[in-house]
Design a protein around this ligand. Structure first.
Ligand code: GDP
Ligand code: IMO
Ligand code: MG
Length: 428
């Protein structure tokens, strides 16, 4: 089982960090392939809690080599502060590899992210303000700065000047902001160069060789399927491809090398930021999910919007990612409801629709069609096997599996590594 992808099946925050950490002890490499420090992955190891943003969750497993792939956008200040934060807690980060082709988030990208959101007013996306969108925009516009540029001052200066020529016009004339001094940016970036140098590598070559040698490589997605710039609820998305194909482009590994694609699926649904969300709750059930589930953003501290499980979305995630398995998380949060509504289809303009509509207008009009499943009241956090679960919890999992189109191979019953029911091994 040399290569597997682990990704979010909904709008992010499904528990990818926990799932990656769980597998981290058995894999050789954990690779981030897209996104940047917009991600917030909470990993609980024993009594220690870690919040990771840019670094792959595999960094907490001593035998595992963490890799930041070419498809990631790297804020060098965040990279260094996350590393030193972990070092202070005794985590060895020396094995980290960073692709020389990854693009850099600079202070002007975060500035543009923030002023653009302000300019959009009511139409804002609700970004994390970390400069993600503007950095990917520069990459596509071919005016981006890459990690390798840190090691050629003359090229770095030319590139920063080229990028700022246009941006400064916009900042000054449209947003009424002061122009940004290219020399100051170059100076700041060069200040990070030597500290980052030991990690910079040809990660594509290393990963392909590792797979060919039979090493186990896990690609860890940030965000989630519905936040994908191509397959998500555009324009209320992030600016990268968290879906499975993104692992190939974002790490330089061909699709024929990937054997398994695991969708991390929360037993209910959450979303941060703006955009459509058919099963969103505005009542006390929503508040209860938020409180019991601890649904508050790890990156921005914003309350997450909460709603019931949406099987239309899960089926869509199976389709666009070619999922082989699901890891169902946070089942424990649903303990205590007499009945649990599950969205099985949408009603759009009076018609029942089983598949996610491609039209954004239809999706905005989608009303959930609910089926009620019986709940359970027993504490399930100590369950170790599927049969330890109360009958109604088992039936809930089975029903979700049937509706979602791929086997549920693991179930999370708490935030800790050990609070997991493994049904089928991901690594066999
Ligand atoms: P990620 O962005 O997908 O890594 O997810 P986050 O870390 O942002 O959010 C998931 C939250 O749920 C974290 O606080 C996890 O510690 C927690 N969590 C993960 N799996 C479970 C689970 O099965 N049960 C409970 N109660 N919490 C979980
Ligand atoms: P993890 O990896 C949830 C959301 C933002 C906003 C949109 C665009 O923890 O699951 P961006 O800053 O990326 O341009 O913001 O995407 N968003 C996330 N929501 N979890 C995340 O990451 C997210 N990363 C970005 O809230 O709606
Ligand atoms: Mg998160």
């Amino acid at each position: 089982m040399p290569a597997l992808v682990l990704l979010g099946a909904q709008w992010g925050d499904e528990g990818k960090g926990k799932a990656t950490d769980l597998l981290g002890g058995s894999v050789d490499y954990v690779v981030r392939y897209q996104g940047g420090n917009n991600a917030g992955h909470t990993v609980v190891v024993g009594d220690q809690k870690y919040a990771l943003h840019l670094l792959p969750s595999g960094i907490l497993s001593p035998g595992c080599t963490p890799v930041i792939g070419n498809g990631v956008v790297v804020d060098p200040a965040v990279l260094l502060s996350e590393l030193s934060g972990l070092n202070e807690r005794g985590v060895d980060t020396s094995k980290l590899l960073v692709s020389g082709n990854a693009h850099l988030i600079t202070p002007y990208h975060t500035t543009v992210d923030k002023v653009t959101e302000r300019f959009l007013g009511k139409r804002k996306i609700g970004t994390t303000g970390r400069g993600i969108g503007p950095t990917y925009a520069d990459k596509i516009n071919r005016v981006g700065i890459r990690v390798q540029d840190l090691y050629d001052e003359s090229i770095l200066t030319q590139k920063v000047e080229a990028a700022l020529d246009f941006k400064n016009q916009i900042l000054a004339k449209l947003y009424n902001r002061r122009a940004i001094d290219a020399n100051k940016i170059v100076e700041e970036l060069l200040g990070y160069a030597e500290q980052i140098k030991p990690f910079v590598a040809d990660t594509t070559l290393i990963l392909n060789n590792a797979i060919d040698e039979g090493k186990v490589v896990l690609f860890e997605g940030g965000q989630g399927t519905l936040l994908d710039v191509d397959h998500g609820t555009y324009p209320f998305v992030t600016s990268s491809n968290p879906t499975a194909g993104g692992a190939c482009t974002g790490a330089g590994v061909g699709p024929t090398k990937i054997n398994r694609v695991i969708g991390i699926l929360k037993a209910y649904t959450t979303r941060v930021g703006a955009g459509p969300f058919p099963t969103e709750l505005f009542d006390e059930d929503g508040e209860k999910l938020r409180t019991i589930g601890g649904e508050r953003g790890v990156t921005t501290g914003r309350d997450r919007r909460c709603g019931w499980f949406d099987a239309v979305i899960a089926r869509y995630a199976t389709r666009v990612n070619g999922l082989t398995d699901f890891f169902l998380t946070k089942l424990d949060v649903l303990t205590g409801w007499e009945q649990i509504p599950v969205c099985v289809a949408y009603e759009i303009d009076g018609k029942r629709v089983e598949e996610l509509p491609y039209s954004q207008t239809d999706f905005h009009h989608a009303k959930p069609v609910y089926e009620m499943l019986p709940g359970w009241s027993e504490d399930i956090s100590k369950a170790k096997t599927f049969s330890d679960l109360p009958k109604n919890a088992q039936a809930y999992v089975k029903a979700l599996e049937e509706m979602s189109g791929a086997p549920i191979s693991a179930i999370g019953v708490g935030p800790g590594r050990t609070e997991t029911i493994e049904i089928n091994s991901f690594l066999s």
